[in-house]
Design a protein around this ligand. Structure first.
Ligand code: CTP
Length: 449
């Protein structure tokens, strides 16, 4: 494959040298385009030696080849690592003041940007907005790692390790290859397909047809893990069984399914069709994957138990007991609300899944009715359907059975045949079937308008 590796001016440029080596070892054709300022960190000679190709940084070098157009046109993938805050801003603005930004703008290839910067820069509203816009345009922006930064400080902003970046590249190139094969053999005209590592193989000749044929459904499942130090994390008791059952039900209804899992404790059965699976850990990673996959999805089902909070800081070394016998106090900060964010983006941009399904795990108590809580949550989150689960000790978590109520928003109620809310007590497979059926009814009501 032909890969363009862009390098912008961050100290993490030294790690990109190892990434370039890994890509060459895999036999890829590599063109490195550093920004002029990045040559302060890693010089031209290093890039030429590793890539085996001439390296230029400006649009006025090699003008006869029109390099900013030809490099981009020939590329299967453009990766920028590290991508500084400045580079993200320039790409977002469509600027073309060096060979790298010109190539990015002139190319239709898939693009992966790997941010690296200080936490304050990463969390600055300008960068947050730039990243959100780039993702909306279909550019992949990796979530930076949490850890030691250039100085003594640590936090989110560190460039992920070259091996991690490489495995994401492998996944994207796998998608690229497999998409071509699928389009050639798919009985579902117009259906998109993105298998990658973790694909559950199926028999393409027995692709089921159903109410979701030709539709893309994104399902999240399992719990998230928020790291506290290199050995500890905050997690929850979700097994992922309900989410996996939902993915299976959607696949059986004919959908192209992307199953995004946090930490799960269940087997993923063979599916009737190929299904892409992406395994992640933190809420922020889940948010990135959901945002990316929802750009062209018809349905989002948020069954994952997403941590509402994460440790406010990550300790680079294991937190130790102290002599004075004091216990540490762990400060927490809010995680993004992925479900509410997807709903907000849909109302703001008019794009995104036509049907968004949220889950509510409620214990209720003597004075509060779980159904009342769920109705409030449905209104608060603004989704189209909300699935209420009664949870508690030995109830639901890790079990094969469940008890759910499916609540519909006011707008959705008018499109559904059933009285609201629908109550199901039985296996998680039965519950999944009912949820998918409701989502399909809403979709078909929308397309008949
Ligand atoms: N969810 C999400 N992002 C979060 C937290 C939750 O997308 N940071 C999603 C879950 O996947 C689920 C729904 O929101 O579909 C409800 O999650 P829940 O944690 O029960 O609701 P909260 O709004 O956090 O309410 P509370 O914790 O107060 O019950």
């Amino acid at each position: 494959m032909r890969i363009v590796l862009g390098v912008s001016a961050g100290i993490a440029a030294y790690k990109a040298v190892h990434l370039a080596r890994l890509l060459k070892e895999d036999g890829h054709h590599l063109e490195v385009i550093p920004t002029p300022a990045s040559l302060e960190f890693v010089g031209r000679a290093t890039w030429e030696a590793i890539s085996g190709r001439p390296v230029t940084t400006g649009v006025f070098e090699g003008v006869d080849e029109v390099r900013h157009v030809s490099l981009g046109q020939q590329a299967d993938l453009i990766v920028v690592a590290p991508a500084t805050a400045d580079l993200l801003a320039r790409v977002r603005a469509g600027m073309t003041d060096d060979l790298l930004t010109s190539t990015v703008l002139a190319s239709e290839a898939e693009k992966l940007l790997v941010p690296a910067m200080h936490t304050e820069m990463w969390q600055n509203p300008a960068t947050v907005e730039n990243v959100a816009t780039l993702r909306q345009r279909g550019i992949q922006v990796l979530e930076p790692a949490v850890g030691r930064l250039t100085g003594k400080d640590s936090g989110p902003g560190r460039m992920p390790e070259p091996e991690q970046i490489k495995s994401r590249i492998d996944q994207l190139l796998g998608d690229h290859d497999a998409a071509a094969t699928w389009h050639a053999r798919s009985p579902r005209s117009g259906a998109q397909y993105h298998p990658g590592p973790g694909t559950v193989a199926g028999d393409p000749d027995s692709v089921p047809h159903g109410p979701l044929t030709g539709r893309k459904v994104v399902v999240t499942a399992g719990g998230t893990r928020e790291p506290l130090d290199p050995v500890r994390y905050l997690g929850n008791r979700s097994s992922g069984k309900q989410g996996v059952a939902l993915a299976q039900a959607a696949a059986e209804a004919g959908a192209e399914v992307v199953l995004i899992t946090g930490i799960i404790d269940t087997q993923i059965p063979d599916m009737p069709v190929d299904m892409r699976r992406e395994g992640l850990e933190t809420a922020s990673q889940l948010q990135e994957a959901v945002t990316r996959e929802c750009q062209d999805a018809d349905v989002l089902i948020m069954a994952a138990a997403v941590a509402d909070f994460r440790p406010a800081s990550y300790a680079r070394t294991k937190i130790k007991k102290t002599e004075d016998g004091e216990s540490p106090v762990i400060a927490l900060e809010r995680n993004p609300d992925i479900l509410a964010g997807t709903v907000r983006r849909r109302s703001g941009t008019g794009t995104g899944p036509a049907v968004i399904v949220g889950f509510a795990a409620e214990t209720g108590d003597d004075s509060t009715d779980p159904l009342k809580l769920a109705e409030q949550k449905l209104a608060r989150k603004g989704c189209d359907l909300l699935v209420l689960n009664r949870v508690g000790e030995n109830l639901v978590f890790g079990q094969d059975t469940t008890e759910i109520w499916i609540l519909a928003s006011e707008q959705s109620q008018q499109k559904l045949a059933d009285e609201d809310p629908v109550h199901i007590k039985g296996s998680k497979v039965d519950a999944a079937g009912a949820v998918v059926d409701h989502a399909a009814q809403l979709l078909s009501a929308d397309s008949q308008r």
